[in-house]
Design a binder for this molecule. Structure first.
Ligand SMILES: Cc1cc2nc3c(=O)[nH]c(=O)nc-3n(C[C@H](O)[C@H](O)[C@H](O)COP(=O)(O)O)c2cc1C
Ligand SMILES: C=C(O[C@@H]1CC(C(=O)O)=C[C@@H](OP(=O)(O)O)[C@H]1O)C(=O)O
Length: 358
């Protein structure tokens, strides 16, 4: 199993959901950067499981132990390794799932690829739990970007059929600051309460819901990225698609841009009062020709409904080769989206830092 993303940064993730620990090694970080570990802990808590009825009941502290690469809170330039110990595994929930393949999860393709030796407990290395180390790495990236004046922030754009509004073209630091103060960030007031209802209703019906997260990076200078294979869109979408349960990634108005005319989709340039180049709209999400144009980089990520649901489903038993019915027991998120906002931010920060190549 490969576990490394390598460009200017090197990210190597390790561990399984029910193993001893999970973690990440980040290579090629700049040296001499002061890291605030309280900020790391704040982001870890935004993703951590077991906090309320909208999340899996599994409880994990998700405290990161740093093994290397940091001395007196400052990056040394050596590979930075963070480890998170697992403590609340209920592995017996998975005994039936070794043979009865969960629809929508990795079980069947992983069984084929790894000849049945893959660890199915908690999803093994395929688990959403592996996003905890990504949030750790992403927070380090956010702190480095912040020192360059770049801010990353996100909100829940939709859960099921309940929708928030999209970021406006003039999204600014204040708006991101306000969102960062909310546990479940939405731009419209009062919309998360309706989203929560949708999550709890799905759960009550032994089902799950999906949704979208919209993320921006502000003050990214123009000129980051390359044409074709190393376009910023290519790298960011590769990172976003690495998040389990992500089924689409788009930039700007990407999901609807096909319905516009050229005259509507083009972002027209102007000089503002300070002489900075801006565009009056941002349908292209701050990237044209694969390269940043100085406008906010904006990306929307769609999460499918959580695959492990308690409702009876049809599937196969890979050992007896029979069609069977499956009722999944165990602890699962009735919705992934509200826990994944910070994961999307992490990938955005890592992708931009990586492509800046400094
Ligand atoms: C933060 C997070 C939490 C998740 N929680 C669950 C869960 O409780 N149960 C589950 O079946 N899948 C969960 N998933 C999704 C699965 O890991 C994912 O659907 C599975 O690995 C198959 O990958 P794919 O959906 O990308 O094809 C979670 C994903 C994330 C990012
Ligand atoms: C533990 C986390 O989420 C897990 C992600 C997950 C999956 O299949 O992705 C399945 C569940 O694992 P378990 O059956 O061990 O409770 C979730 O709880 C986490 O995100 O930290």
């Amino acid at each position: 199993m490969g576990a490394t993303y390598k460009n200017n940064l090197e990210l190597t993730i390790f561990g399984e959901s029910h193993g001893k620990a999970i973690g990440i090694t980040i290579g090629n970080l700049p040296s001499g950067i002061q890291i605030d570990l309280d900020e790391v802990a704040r982001d870890m808590k935004r993703r951590a499981p077991g906090q309320n009825k909208m999340s899996t009941a599994r409880k994990e502290a998700d405290q990161v132990e740093i093994l290397s690469g940091l001395q007196d809170g400052i990056t040394t330039g050596a590979p930075l390794t963070g480890v998170i110990y697992n403590s609340d595994q209920h592995s017996k929930d998975y005994s039936l799932l070794k043979t009865n393949m969960r629809p929508g999860h990795s079980d069947y393709p992983a069984y084929i690829k790894y000849k049945g030796f893959n660890d199915v407990r908690g999803g093994g290395h395929f688990s959403g739990r592996i996003t905890a180390p990504i949030v750790f790495a992403g927070n380090i990236a956010k702190q480095i970007l912040k020192q360059k004046g770049i801010q990353v922030g996100a909100h829940i754009l939709s859960i099921g059929k309940i929708k928030d509004e999209k970021f406006p073209v003039d999204v600014n630091d204040d708006m991101l600051l306000k969102l960062s103060e909310k546990q479940y960030p939405t731009i419209k007031e009062g919309v998360f309460e309706k989203m929560e209802e949708a999550i709890l209703k799905a759960k009550e019906n032994l089902d799950s819901v999906g949704g979208k997260v919209e993320c921006v990076a502000l003050h990214v200078p123009a000129g980051i990225g390359e044409p074709f294979f190393d376009s910023l869109e290519s790298h960011l979408s590769s990172l976003m698609f690495s998040i389990p349960a992500v089924k689409s990634v788009s930039f700007g108005d990407g999901e609807n841009i096909d319905e516009m005319l050229g005259s509507e989709a083009n972002d027209c340039y102007y000089y503002d009062e300070a002489g900075h180049v801006k565009t009056s709209t941002n349908h292209n999400g701050g990237i044209t020709g694969g390269i940043t144009n100085g406008m906010p980089v904006s990306c929307t990520v769609t999460f499918k409904p959580t695959p492990s649901i308690a409702k009876k489903q049809k599937t196969i038993n890979i050992e007896t080769k029979e069609n069977v019915e499956l009722e999944i027991k165990g602890r699962h998120d009735p919705c992934i989206v509200q826990r994944a906002v910070v994961v999307v931010e992490a990938m955005m920060a890592l992708g931009i830092l990586d492509m800046m190549g400094e």
